[in-house]
Design a protein around this ligand. Structure first.
Ligand code: FIX
Ligand code: ZN
Length: 425
């Protein structure tokens, strides 16, 4: 009898929640997208969608051609091959394949025709700038957070020339080389005029790295500093990298009130022949993050971890440290099956005090499918949780649902960062 009553209450209630989750505008707090002023760094269109590194990894499950032969093909030829193998010769059921079709479908393109040339010409007729706005509208994205690396030789000149801000985009300072590849980053900093030649034992060293971080944070007006880390990254440690973190990066973040986004768990280039598609995943030792949160309570850590097996421990850490904000279902975990599992686990352990998703889009139009798919899963989790409350007599009001969803879709993140409008200014 009770179950029937709960089910009856569920239907209109569920629709209302779903519609709030599907339509609330959000902040996409980590992507690899750029405004048009970064010219070729902004990737968009069906060929880019098809040669996305997620699909490159998948197509090699079927291809037996040598890797080099694939890389020697022109982009359209690679896209043709991926289309043929992953969409025509097999049904496109993987999340990345389904994502391409969901995106085309959202533009009103008729995917059942399986007509790649027509799709190509439709994209060719789009104006990049207007297309960005349209994609953001379709995805319900208010602002796109970029990944901006001064170490990237294509990107750095754009900043140095003077980038005219595009309100749709927010910069974030990416500094992986400082963490991991000091032998590579050091000579570069020296070349750019920072006096780091003496190494960690010289008096100026850490101050000069801080000067580098301050210069670039300012130039970019960056919302946060970020880096991905290998699973075994250790802190505290005697390594140069751990000392740079303690004596330059963390003080910089404290001084400027910037969170440090740490993304551990990636094992770079487990198969270098796959190039960008060749990175893997490993189980992270989260003691490093625990040490950081415990020893630096005045620093704020934004974290997403790559391995599924780390997700529970990460939630428990977030229960212990309020200077830790969990975000997103990153990369290999950005599949509905795991988004569902992770979001339920997070809600059950943390309530609503996290940011459930980011898109990590590398190709503009991906924001459409990544958000559409994630929103559906998040909606279902919320429906279940609010229904469970209704069954014990607690009815959330429509205004409360809207409040909760806004928090999940950017409000929590902004509060954690200490910004009201999602920018660092
Ligand atoms: O390190 C990162 O920010 C990763 O998200 C990317 O490098 C990765 O290649 C990716 O696109 C994952 O979605
Ligand atoms: Zn990323």
């Amino acid at each position: 009898m009770k179950t029937i009553h709960a089910e009856a209450a569920r239907v209109p209630f569920a629709r209302q929640i779903e519609s709030v989750v599907m339509s609330t505008d959000l902040l996409d707090i980590h992507t690899h997208l750029y405004p048009p002023s970064f010219s070729e760094l902004l990737l968009w269109g069906v060929d880019e969608l098809l040669v996305y590194h997620y699909l490159v990894a998948e197509v090699f499950r079927y291809l037996d051609m040598p890797y080099e032969e694939f890389w020697a093909l022109a982009k359209t030829e690679q896209a043709d091959l991926i289309w043929k193998e992953l969409f025509m010769k097999h049904s496109p059921v993987s999340e990345a394949c389904r994502g391409v079709l969901a995106t085309l479908h959202a533009f009103g393109l008729d995917v059942k025709k399986r007509d790649l040339p027509t799709v190509r010409s439709w994209f060719a007729s789009q104006d990049a700038d207007q297309h960005i706005t349209r994609c953001m509208e379709l995805a319900g994205v208010k602002r796109i957070y970029m990944t901006n690396s001064p170490f990237d030789d294509l990107e750095r000149p754009v900043w140095e020339k003077g980038y005219r801000r595009d309100e749709r985009f927010q910069a974030c300072l990416r500094i992986d080389p400082l963490f991991l590849w000091w032998p590579e980053a050091g000579p570069k900093l020296a070349r750019w005029g920072y006096q780091v030649e003496g190494g960690p034992s010289s008096k100026k060293f850490f101050g000069e790295i801080r000067r580098f971080l301050a210069d670039w944070s300012k130039k970019m007006n960056a919302a946060y500093v970020m880096a991905s880390l290998p699973p075994d990254y250790a802190f505290p440690a005697k390594s140069a990298s751990a000392r740079i973190l303690e004596q330059a990066i963390l003080p910089h973040c404290r001084e400027h009130g910037m969170p440090l986004a740490l993304m551990p768990g990636v094992v770079r280039q487990v198969n270098p022949q796959l190039r960008l598609a060749g990175d893997g995943v490993g189980l992270t030792n989260l003691l490093t993050l625990q040490n950081l949160c415990a020893n630096f309570p005045d620093n704020k850590f934004l974290t997403t971890v790559l391995a599924r097996e780390n997700q529970h421990e990460l939630c428990v850490l977030a229960r212990k440290f309020r200077n830790l904000h969990i975000f997103g279902c990153w990369w290999f975990t950005n599949i509905p099956y795991l988004i569902d599992e992770m979001t339920r686990m997070r809600v059950e352990l943390l309530g609503l005090s996290f940011t459930p998703q980011h898109s990590d889009a590398r190709v503009l139009e991906q924001i459409i499918y990544k958000w559409q798919h994630s929103r559906r899963v998040i909606a279902q989790v919320l429906v279940d949780k609010y229904t469970a409350l209704a069954q014990i007599g607690w009815q959330v009001t429509p205004a409360e649902v809207e409040r909760d969803v806004k928090d999940l879709f950017g409000g929590n993140f902004q509060r954690f960062c200490g910004t009201q409008d999602g920018s660092s200014s």
